[in-house]
Design a protein around this ligand. Structure first.
Ligand code: CAA
Length: 698
């Protein structure tokens, strides 16, 4: 018979309830019912004087079972479990280790006392699932810590270290030594002292200042834009301040239910699992042997190379950075140091850690210094000739078994691999800029890349703090390939009647941090201009050129923020984009020259013409096997391009919000309007619509 979800045992007069639901002791129906029955049984047992509640394995309860949300409920309700605990006639001590999160911490707040291991990190992260703590957390946490602190904790959803939790009264004691034994000893001590059955609900909420809630609300205006949950959390804390406990609890329930049935929460819950799924590779089993990575090498100390090196140093992995010229090497190292020092100044790391991290980064101009590296990542200039030289050299110096990675953002990884005699060891690792900040990694699988290299790089990605995805070799890989579609239509709409500020506003209002023209001004308009000049794109037949306005803007030296003007003008150092009549004139003249009569373009048309082609391209990517699943594309867009997580990702949005048929029909409508083959729906999209299926079914 399998073990129960909550195991009962005794240590003398102390009853111990051990939650047993690996891997993270999520509050499944069986756990909730087990707690209900366990607390009642010990409560009624005259031989038991107090109860210790602890998690088995790696953590205390890490929250509700997210997979159960939205499904018919079985077992005892969590709020009822907590009520039973709180009203138990026996003192309950919650013993916390690992990550007591969400419903886990809320359960612990229903205990009378809390003891924590020193390494515990606890919190109420429901906000990341588009939810609020729905088991009394919004009413109990402010009673322990004060309203403003609780607001910050719940709206950031951050993990709070044990020491801080103790200083704020969330836990009563930090354990030394074995947690269970410390908790049992603590319970005995409380019994001996005839300590009261301390109930958080009986305490008063402290309001740090009369305007604390309004001040907080103002402070999150930018960050919480478009999200529902943070604002609902504010309402619950307002209720905690103003209402008696039970009424506050009822208000929490009402707001929780509203979020639970919202599309935002459905999207964010989808995303939680999507991110974890994306790290798994379908044909590479989790037990694939992996290569050990103890040291790394980076070729190139520029913006990308330096940023990548920082990831390794942050993870405690020694990294050698190679440049061909001394001044470039010095500059690169100086930038890294400045980045760290700035982080330290802002309080993001300790001053001594700056030196510790710098000590892990070894500068060199000698390829031989890379001979012991377990992984070498190339981040040099983006031309095939330069990559060829680097990979031939790496093939000579790298030890057998070293992983050779390219950070190319668009070149053919198969061709790069062909410059070595070990293409199985070659893989793409496409970092996003700034590489020390951006979480996304598109790892690029070449046709020869071996499975153990893939497995090792996916694990390494997580070790260096990234969110890994695996993509195939194609132009622009997944993210940039889809971005390009948005860019094409944005450019055409400028010619047909829209202005940059109108397009940018639609994209911003959708939830992106900025629109395509602001983004281009930020990245530098000259980058694309030079590429277009190199490609002679204008001369391609059958393709409508996208660069007329962009070229005209660059010809005037309007390269973007760095030159104080681009699609907008800027009063530097202020980087607020200001719509510019000059640009409007350039755009209008361009339309005239092309013989296009400008017309009013609605916001809805902008939305459809920028986002639907991305979905269509996503369908092609999926069909070609360049992404493993639709959810990988979503993870790429949420992490690398600012797609609002409360809309799931482009493919989830298409599946669940817009509907594939609507997108399919709109593509055909624009095809008819423009006669442009650009709009042809992808074969996969056509098929799914015909079969009434979704991308998630593929
Ligand atoms: N429900 C269901 N499954 C969960 C889960 C949960 N709450 N938390 C984690 N898992 C699963 C993961 O999907 C993963 O499954 P696979 O191995 O099949 O991919 C497995 O448990 C291990 O998780 P991680 O890979 O994330 O492991 P980790 O060690 O890196 O992190 C963790 C552990 C910090 C607990 C992290 O999983 C996490 O943050 N979990 C979510 C915690 C959370 O949000 N809790 C609040 C839930 S909502 C709630 O409680 C509402 C309420 O008020 C009642």
């Amino acid at each position: 018979m399998s073990e129960p979800a909550v195991i009962r045992s005794t240590q003398g007069e102390i009853g111990v309830l051990t939650v047993n639901n690996p891997p993270v002791n999520a509050l499944s129906a069986a756990v909730r019912t087990g707690l209900d029955e366990g607390v009642k049984a010990f409560g009624a047992d005259p031989a038991i004087k107090a109860i210790v509640l602890i998690g088995g394995g790696r953590t205390f309860i890490a929250g509700a079972d997210i997979r159960e949300f939205g499904k018919p409920r079985a077992g005892t309700d969590l709020n009822e479990v907590i009520r039973i605990m709180e009203t138990s006639p026996k003192i309950i001590v919650a013993a916390l280790h690992g990550t007591p999160l969400g419903g886990g911490l809320e359960t612990a707040l229903g205990a009378h006392y809390r003891i924590s291991a020193p390494t515990t990190r606890l919190g109420l992260p429901e906000v990341h699932l588009g939810l609020l703590p729905g088991a009394g957390g919004t009413q109990r946490l402010p009673r322990l810590t004060g309203a403003a602190y609780a607001l910050e904790a719940m709206v950031s959803g951050r993990h709070i270290p044990a020491k801080e939790a103790a200083s704020k009264g969330i836990v009563d004691r930090i354990a030394e030594g074995d947690l269970l034994q410390s908790a049992v000893a603590y319970a005995r001590e409380l019994v001996a002292q005839k300590a009261p059955l301390k109930r958080v609900r009986d305490q008063q909420v402290k309001l740090e200042s009369p305007t604390a809630i309004a001040d907080f609300e103002r402070s999150i205006a930018r960050k919480a834009r478009g999200f529902k949950a943070p604002w609902h959390i504010v309402k619950t804390v307002q209720a905690a301040v103003e209402l008696p406990f039970d009424q506050g609890l009822a208000r929490e329930r009402e707001l929780f239910q509203e979020l639970l049935t919202s599309s935002e929460s459905a999207a964010q819950r989808f995303y939680f699992f999507a991110e974890r799924e994306a790290a798994k590779v379908k044909d590479v089993p989790s037990d694939t042997p992996q290569r050990e990575i103890k040291t790394a090498g980076i070729i190139g100390a520029g913006t990308m190379g330096g940023g990548i090196a920082m990831n390794f140093a942050n993870a405690g992995i020694p990294v050698t950075v190679l440049e061909v010229k001394q001044d470039a090497l010095d500059r690169g190292l100086k930038t890294i140091r400045t980045n760290y020092e700035n982080t330290a100044k802002r309080g993001g790391m300790k001053a001594e850690d700056v030196e510790k991290r710098m000590a892990l980064i070894k500068p060199t101009m000698d390829y031989n210094d890379l001979k012991d590296a377990d992984v070498i990542i190339e981040a040099v200039f983006e031309t095939m000739e330069v990559k060829e030289g680097v990979f031939k050299k790496l093939d000579e110096v790298a030890k057998p078994g070293a992983i050779l990675a390219t950070n190319t953002s668009g070149l053919d990884v198969n061709q790069i691999a062909s410059y070595t005699k070990r293409p199985g060891d070659v893989i793409g690792m496409h970092f996003f800029s700034p590489a020390n900040v951006m979480k996304l990694l598109e790892n690029v699988r070449g046709k020869a890349t071996s499975k153990d290299v893939i497995a090792s790089v996916m694990t390494l990605s997580k070790r260096i703090g990234k969110i890994p995805t695996l993509v195939g070799v194609c132009e622009g890989f997944v993210g940039n390939r889809m971005l390009r579609q948005r860019g094409v239509q944005s450019a055409y709409m400028l010619e047909e009647g829209a202005l940059p500020q109108q397009i940018d506003k639609v994209i911003f209002d959708f939830g992106f941090p900025m629109g395509p023209f602001q983004m281009s001004d930020l990245a530098g308009n000259d980058v694309g201009w030079r590429i277009r000049q190199g490609k002679k794109e204008k001369e391609q037949r059958n393709v409508r050129y996208t660069g007329y306005v962009a070229d005209a803007i660059c010809e005037l030296g309007r390269f973007g923020q760095k030159t104080g003007s681009g699609y907008y003008k800027y009063n530097l150092p202020d980087r607020t984009p200001i719509p510019d009549p000059e640009v409007e004139k350039i755009i209008e003249e361009n339309s005239k020259r092309l013989g296009i009569t400008r017309r009013a373009i609605s916001d809805q048309e902008i939305l459809e013409r920028t986002l639907y082609p991305m979905v269509n391209e996503g369908a092609k990517i999926l069909e070609e096997g360049m992404a493993q699943r639709a959810l990988d594309i979503d993870v790429i867009w949420v992490n690398g391009y600012g797609w609002p997580v409360y809309r799931g990702g482009p493919m989830w949005w298409a599946d669940n919000v817009v509907g594939l048929k609507t997108i399919h029909d709109a593509l055909l409508k624009y095809k008819e309007m423009s006669g442009d083959p650009f709009w042809e729906p992808a074969p996969l999209l056509k098929r799914l619509v015909a079969e009434g299926k979704k991308f998630s079914d593929v």
